[in-house]
Design a protein around this ligand. Structure first.
Ligand code: ADP
Ligand code: MG
Ligand code: ZN
Length: 648
């Protein structure tokens, strides 16, 4: 559909305007430059006038005559050298120069100040010396008021408004274009993504169909009495394809796509963000039908009330208000349909005003894909990649539970790079597994040298994890253990492959998980007789999990099924707002329960490893030798041990 310019709403009279005067949208660079030049000249002129006026005011106060002591004045007066005197707040006058060098030198001006209280004899003395004298009229109170107050105030106000107008003009796209929206505009035919490129999001796609209907045939939609949608909020953890699906919606509907991010509106200067929002929507309306996509909208849409805020952020509030005004300003405009989409991974911190009916009233949730979803995504991303003939995509999907769409795309890409490095015919499953390791654990750093004792400790530690994982009832099978240092601070790692996607987890399973985490330190303790800093990450995760069991899952008998934790940030795994309203005793009990759970599981891990000490010794020796082992080696060692009588 064509985008007629004439339907753009007039610039004035829209709600929420707060920058007074804006560049007309169609102004060409030439007139813009001229306008800026004119502004500059006016600025300079005002400054000159200001300086001149200041001098006028200050001028009379500046002594142009030589200042002399009062005693000298009296001496000269007595000697008959003074000719002319003006009496005011100070005494000014003309006196003869006793030894002139030139005719101009014959007289000189002087100024002096009478002592406090005045000189009562002065008039008599002046009369006796035949000096012409006069008095200065006291300053007119009205003129002096005007000069000392009105003029400076008017001057300052004038300069202020000039500067303000200049700033507003800039905010409207002057030299720096501060107020121009930074959105990238993608033409309908260049979007290039459709729902065929989005995997594992069938429900989200179904929900977006209505939006597409509206964008494609707005008149029909309106005639049939459908409530015109305005805003769609995409929520979900990072990397689940929110940006992708927004773009694909534009691709499906065949409309223009304006993409921007919440952080691009947040600036130092109050009013700039609002100006950008206005500019963005002006552009979008002119290009309708269109989708405006604001990524990471939490940057501007954070809740205004409540919570601790170190600074009140006027700029953000203005920007948010402007955004709300723009959304509300959308009419049921079948001629120029514009849909606003936004994405966030923290929906719970959004301002409720954004979620009100008629704004972002549709929420579409995206989550990490399940097995079929992962298979779809892997298929999509391996379209352009040459896979080895026996590559089993389904198996690949099976070994990647918990991976987001972005993770999967990343793994496939990494696998392709690895196979290319080998000059291979196609990507094999080995490449894929190596790529998983890279994506999960960062790149291998063989160059970093550990001393033999450290290596031994790390080997015991990782074997401890692996054995406990194999021994507890619900432990996920170990797929690999390694003591190759990784860049992310860990010295070794144990990889477990979950058997299936889990949605409900029992208390026993959680305890097993904690026991596995404690297995590392328990093995160190058992085999080295001492403990190291290597368990820092395990301890943190175990503590966190135990705390959630107590405060969120209601798994402590002492505390019961009561929630003690604060608000949980839904999609950002670990971030928890601590609840601070429980009593000191309750908090003590929570701490004690957390300590008990972790302590019990540590003891359990230690007991398991003590029982299977032989397997631990054997596997860690193999690991030290080979640097990495697969899960089969661990299971083998345990199976062999089962045949022999358990040592002590
Ligand atoms: P988000 O915006 O949710 O953080 P993105 O849309 O930016 O995630 O995803 C980044 C990349 O990951 C996409 O460009 C795409 O290549 C891949 N990706 C993510 N989710 C999916 C999915 N569901 N289907 C296909 N590819 C996906
Ligand atoms: Mg994104
Ligand atoms: Zn560990």
């Amino acid at each position: 559909m064509a985008a007629p310019n004439s339907v753009r709403p007039p610039a004035a009279g829209r709600p929420g305007r707060n920058v007074p005067d804006r560049r007309p949208p169609d102004e060409d660079p030439q007139t813009q430059l001229k306008r800026q030049l004119r502004g500059g000249i006016a600025y300079l002129g005002a400054a000159l006038i200001g300086v001149w006026l200041l001098q006028m005011v200050m001028g009379p106060l500046m002594p142009r005559a030589a200042e002399i002591p009062y005693s000298e004045f009296k001496t000269k007066l007595a000697a008959g050298q003074v000719i002319d005197v003006t009496l005011g707040s100070q005494i000014q006058g003309v006196m003869k120069n006793p030894a002139p060098k030139s005719p101009q030198d014959a007289t000189s001006r002087f100024v002096t100040v009478a002592p406090p209280g005045g000189d009562l004899d002065l008039l008599k003395e002046l009369g006796a010396a035949h000096v012409t004298y006069r008095a200065e009229a006291p300053p007119n109170p009205i003129t002096s008021f005007i000069f000392s107050w009105i003029v400076p105030i008017m001057l300052i106000a004038g300069l202020w408004s000039l500067a303000g107008r200049n700033l507003a003009a800039r905010a409207g796209g002057g030299i720096f274009g501060v107020g121009r929206s930074k959105a990238t505009e993608v033409k309908a035919e260049e979007v290039g993504v459709t729902f065929a490129d989005v995997g594992g999001a069938d429900e989200a796609i179904a929900e977006l169909q209505e939006i597409i209907q509206f964008l494609k045939t707005p008149q029909k939609f309106a005639r049939l009495g459908g409530r015109i949608p305005k805003g769609v909020l995409l929520v979900g953890p990072p990397g689940t394809g929110k940006t992708l699906i927004a773009k694909a919606t534009a691709g499906e509907a065949g409309v223009r796509f304006f993409e921007t991010s919440g952080s691009e509106f947040v600036e130092m200067f109050v009013g700039v963000g609002a100006a950008r929002v206005r500019d963005l929507f002006e552009q979008a309306r002119a290009a309708a039908p269109a989708i405006v996509f604001i990524d990471e909208i939490d940057a501007i849409g954070q809740s205004r009330g409540g919570g601790i805020r170190l600074v009140t952020n006027d700029e953000r509030e203005q920007t948010l208000n402007q955004l709300l005004a723009e959304i509300d300003g959308f009419k049921a405009d079948a001629e120029n349909p514009v849909i606003i989409m936004a994405a966030t991974n923290r929906p719970e911190i959004l301002d409720p005003a954004l979620l009100r009916a008629g704004r972002f009233d549709r929420q579409v949730a995206l989550g990490n894909p399940d097995l079929t979803g992962r298979l779809q995504i892997l298929k999509i991303h391996s379209r352009k990649i040459l896979l080895a003939p026996d590559f089993d995509l389904e198996r690949a999907a099976r070994v990647t539970p918990g991976f987001s769409g972005a993770d999967l795309a990343n793994v496939i890409n990494e696998a392709a790079l690895l196979s290319a490095r080998r000059n291979a015919e196609g990507v094999t499953f080995t490449d894929f597994e190596a790529a998983i390791e890279r994506v999960v654990g960062g790149l291998e750093q063989r160059s970093r040298v550990m001393n033999p004792k450290e290596r031994q400790t790390v080997a015991f530690h990782e074997c401890g994890h692996a054995l406990v994982a194999s021994l507890v009832p619900s432990g996920d099978p170990v797929s690999k253990i390694s003591i190759i240092p990784r860049s992310r601070g860990a010295l070794g790692y144990t990889m477990q492959m979950p058997r299936e996607d889990r949605y409900l987890v029992s208390v026993e399973e959680l305890e097993d998980r904690i026991a596995v985490m404690m297995g590392g330190r328990a093995a160190e303790q058992l085999m080295c007789g001492t403990i190291s800093t290597g368990a820092v990450d395990d301890i943190q995760r175990a503590t966190q999990l135990a705390k959630r069991m107590v405060t969120e899952f209601g798994m402590s008998e002492k505390l019961g099924a009561v929630r003690y934790a604060g608000q949980r940030l839904q999609y950002l795994g670990n971030a928890v707002d601590e609840g601070t309203d429980s009593s000191a005793e309750t908090r003590e009990t929570i701490d004690a329960e957390v300590r008990r759970i972790v302590g019990e599981q540590f003891a359990r891990a230690e007991a398991l490893l003590t029982t299977h000490r032989d397997a631990l010794t054997r596997v860690s020796a193999d690991l030290l030798q080979a640097e990495s082992l697969d899960g089969a080696a661990v299971r083998e060692a345990l199976a062999r041990e089962q045949g022999t009588p358990v040592s002590r």
